[in-house]
Design a protein around this ligand. Structure first.
Ligand code: GDP
Ligand code: IMO
Ligand code: MG
Length: 420
């Protein structure tokens, strides 16, 4: 039986999922996004082009069908911006993109509710991307959501009811901004969205597998931002883990094959919340500068630190990741020594587990320090070129995580990818 493979982030997002999905897509017949929304920013570089995708799957530049699954939340305005830009550059999107009827719509009022929630939290704010992600998933779970399929019938009544409920909530919260400032543009974009193939994606995806076609499921965000297993409450509002591919596409666990777990050779996080290996010194700044660690969507500076093998081991376990992908190895070129966190000290007691509430526990990372490499990994084109110190670093990580690294990325371009 042909199975669908899953590719997802093992850290706090921005691991380089977009790049690798684009690299792997030639091996697949279809790519399907299973959760998240325009909070994602997936960067692809090829043929001198740089593209940031938010809602559209990263298989779009290869000859295959791309699906926006039911687990995704879609903002018609941002979708339109993204789609029109791609169309301008010659991608015939309507032909190769299909959208699930069951994906939920982000309304203009959801964005304001997101802002109001953050304001109410004050210093404790999550530092969301401000795209209305949390409120949209909240409406889905509380059975008040508006879905893409609703565009095809009874849309006006459903929209008015949801909108009025949101306005009442914003009023009760004492929120001042005009929640309908962008309504006209949104309604316009809704009509644009209707011109796409809106389908029962669970049927199509299962029948693709029935006819031995290969599917790659693309995750957004990362495991440590998962609503159940991430550093709650500093997380996103969806299941970013492998199980999310089942619920977000309508696939049985029996139908999941390989799980590609992707991580940076170091670690970053954007927004608030615990980050045990965060560096507040010149080394952290250097990693940020060399890695151009600024958000693809919000432009915010990403917090940087050493690799966290405690959090990564947890992520490998939760996802059953059997194939590892190490990204941005080139960013660590030139460091005299590299550190890897192998355990935490919590209240003086050493543990190899990620704590229940990492935001209140005082976590002190326990590091192993290794020699850096002199020869730049950025210049390597095959594993045979790797400096010994880098190979040792990879082996160390593989051993700690209990899975093999199958791809090493040494630069942002499609070509700067070494398959082992
Ligand atoms: P995603 O959200 O997981 O798809 O990742 P992002 O696109 O948000 O962030 C990854 C960033 O790193 C992007 O700017 C990529 O172009 C870049 N990138 C990806 N792989 C590499 C790599 O191996 N080396 C370097 N230097 N940059 C990379
Ligand atoms: P990709 O797919 C990194 C973070 C936000 C915030 C938290 C909640 O590009 O890896 P949300 O808007 O989802 O309610 O914000 O999650 N966050 C991301 N961080 N990469 C992402 O996506 C993210 N999507 C959300 O910064 O801390
Ligand atoms: Mg990103």
């Amino acid at each position: 039986m042909t199975k669908a493979d899953v590719l997802l982030g093992l850290q706090w997002g921005d691991e380089g999922k977009g790049k690798v999905v684009d690299v792997l897509t030639p091996n697949y017949d279809a790519v399907a996004r299973f959760q998240g929304g325009p909070n994602a920013g997936h960067t692809l570089e090829f043929d001198g082009r740089k593209v940031v995708l938010r809602s559209i799957p990263s298989g779009i530049f290869r000859n295959c069908v791309n699906y926006i699954g039911n687990g995704v939340v879609l903002d018609p305005v941002l979708f339109r911006q993204e789609a029109e830009e791609l169309e301008k550059q010659g991608t015939d999107l309507r032909k190769i993109l299909r959208i699930s009827k069951k994906a939920h719509l982000i309304m203009p009022t959801h964005r304001h509710l997101d802002a109001a929630n953050e304001l109410a939290k004050g210093k404790e704010k999550i530092g969301t991307t401000g795209k209305g992600i949390g409120p949209t998933y909240t409406d889905k779970i509380s059975r008040n959501g508006l879905r893409v399929g609703d565009l095809l019938h009874d849309f006006d009544e459903r929209y008015e009811a949801a909108k009025n409920r949101h306005i009442a909530m914003l009023k009760a919260a004492g929120y001042d901004n005009d929640p309908l400032d962008k309504e006209a543009e949104w309604l316009d974009a809704v009509n644009y969205l209707k011109t796409y193939q809106i389908i029962d994606s669970e049927y199509e995806l299962n029948s693709l597998l029935d006819s031995d076609k290969k599917i790659l499921c693309e995750g957004a965000q990362g495991t440590m931002l998962d609503v159940d297993f991430g550093s709650y409450p500093f997380v996103t509002s969806s299941n970013t883990i492998a199980a999310g591919a089942c619920t977000g596409l309508g696939l049985s666990p029996h139908r999941i094959g390989d799980v590609y777990g992707i991580f940076k050779a170091y670690c970053t996080r954007v927004g608030s919340g615990p980050f045990p290996t965060e560096l507040f010194d010149a080394t952290g700044d250097e990693i940020g500068q060399k890695g151009h660690e600024f958000g693809a969507v919000t432009g915010r500076k990403r917090r940087c630190g050493w690799i966290d093998l405690v959090a990564l081991r947890y992520a490998v376990m939760i996802n059953g990741a059997n194939k590892l992908i190490m990204m941005k190895a080139d960013v660590l070129d030139g460091f005299d020594t590299i550190k890897a966190c192998v355990a935490y000290k919590v209240d003086g007691v050493e543990t190899d587990r990620f704590p229940f509430d990492a935001s209140i526990e005082k976590i002190e990372p326990v590091y192993v320090e290794m020699p850096g490499w002199r020869k730049p990994v950025a210049e390597c084109r095959s594993a045979a070129d790797f400096p010994r110190e880098f190979t040792d670093y990879m082996k160390f990580v593989e051993e700690k995580l209990g899975a093999k690294i199958c791809i090493v990325s040494v630069g942002p371009d499609r070509e700067q990818t070494i398959v082992l």
